[in-house]
Design a protein around this ligand. Structure first.
Ligand code: SAM
Length: 332
């Protein structure tokens, strides 16, 4: 099946860089928008991007532990749409008594997850499950014992639900997979990533806002093209409530890497800007394209790889809900 991704410079907690695919025309023949993704080709970028977030991911895992409560026995954790498994491994570290299962539709990313777990000494506690979603939410995907995902005390899903046509249906299925008292946490909100000042001394000020706009267009086309796409008001707390969860809430974690940015952050931004130019370049005017070309020039002192004012600032919102335990008298 076709899978989709988005660019990591975008907000709403959306995406990572993505690879090649074919183009579709969605705007009366004026622009083409490439929404298909070869996830394997973006594996390194997905992993680098998540590694830049590691401190925030560890804080997030600790916060999820608090939500589960100090006496909770966390025996099984699922990471749905786990990508290269960076958060899978953070969760395995945070919940040392649990089996943590990475669930994804891209075998190469699951292999990366196993290799990462092995490197970090988590090999015995991290498992992977190949599953195409949404079908895999019900069948549990391929392989032995795959007659369902199996109950979990904690389900984490970051930037994956928005790649499924029926987002409410996916949340319903995930909520039904929770053990009583279990927590579902979806990272699907936040702010667009910022990495340059408003005026960068080349082109018209405000480039980042215009890049956000073209990526918003990309996202809308991506969603519209998903199999079984169902429009929904993306009120995540309300959606979690409709999925039958209680104690619905959210928290936001900040990634704040100030200027001057280190090499890993710069390389990451270079990949992301390259992708924006490839996928959405025809929605930008000539001046902005020229500015992007300077930013992408590996030799230019004003390029993203060298300029002293580059930074990384983003906020990721995680929406959470709890499956009521039999003894849990609290209500929504
Ligand atoms: C944007 S990446 C997010 C990866 C990781 N959770 C993170 O936050 O960095 C989306 C992930 O969802 C997976 N994915 C997307 N659509 C899927 C589908 N229909 N079935 C299974 N996996 C899918 C992709 O393989 C990819 O690993």
């Amino acid at each position: 099946m076709t899978r989709h991704s988005d660019t990591h410079t975008h907000g709403h907690g959306r995406g990572q860089g993505h690879g090649q695919g074919h183009s579709h025309d969605h705007s009366g023949g004026h622009h083409s928008t490439d929404v298909d993704v070869d996830w394997d080709s973006v594996a390194t970028t997905l992993e680098t991007g998540a590694e830049l977030q590691l401190p925030a991911l560890r804080r997030t895992a600790a916060h999820l532990g608090e939500l589960l409560g100090p006496r909770a026995q966390v025996r099984r954790v699922l990471d749905i749409g786990s990508g290269p498994g960076v958060m899978t491994c953070v969760l395995a570290e945070a919940f040392a008594d649990a089996e943590t299962v990475a669930v994804d539709g891209t075998p190469g990313l699951l292999e990366r997850t196993l290799a990462r777990a092995e490197r970090l000494g988590l090999g015995g506690r991290v498992a992977v499950r190949h599953a195409e979603l949404p079908e895999g939410l019900h069948t549990g995907g391929d392989g032995p014992g795959a007659d369902g995902l199996g109950a979990a005390d904690l389900i984490w899903s970051s930037k994956a639900v928005h790649h499924l046509g029926d987002q409410q249906g996916a949340l319903d299925a995930l909520a039904a997979t929770l053990s009583p008292g279990g927590v579902l946490a979806v990272a699907e909100g936040g702010l667009p990533m910022r990495f340059l000042p408003r005026d960068i001394g080349i082109g018209r000020p405000g480039l980042q806002a215009r890049l956000d706009a073209v990526q918003e267009h990309w996202f809308a086309v991506m969603r519209a093209e998903l199999p079984g796409a169902v429009p929904v008001v993306e009120d995540w707390p309300a959606m979690l409530g409709r999925a039958g969860l209680t104690r619905v809430g959210s928290f936001t974690s900040l990634l704040d890497l100030p200027a001057p940015l280190g090499g890993a952050g710069r390389s990451f931004l270079h990949v992301q800007l390259t992708r924006v130019r490839e996928v959405s370049g025809d929605l930008l005017d000539a001046e902005d394209l020229g500015t992007l070309d300077v930013l992408l020039d590996p030799e230019a002192q004003q390029g993203i790889l060298h300029r002293p004012d580059a930074f990384l600032l983003s906020a990721t919102t995680v929406f959470t809900g709890v499956r009521a335990a039999a003894t849990d008298g609290r209500t929504r």
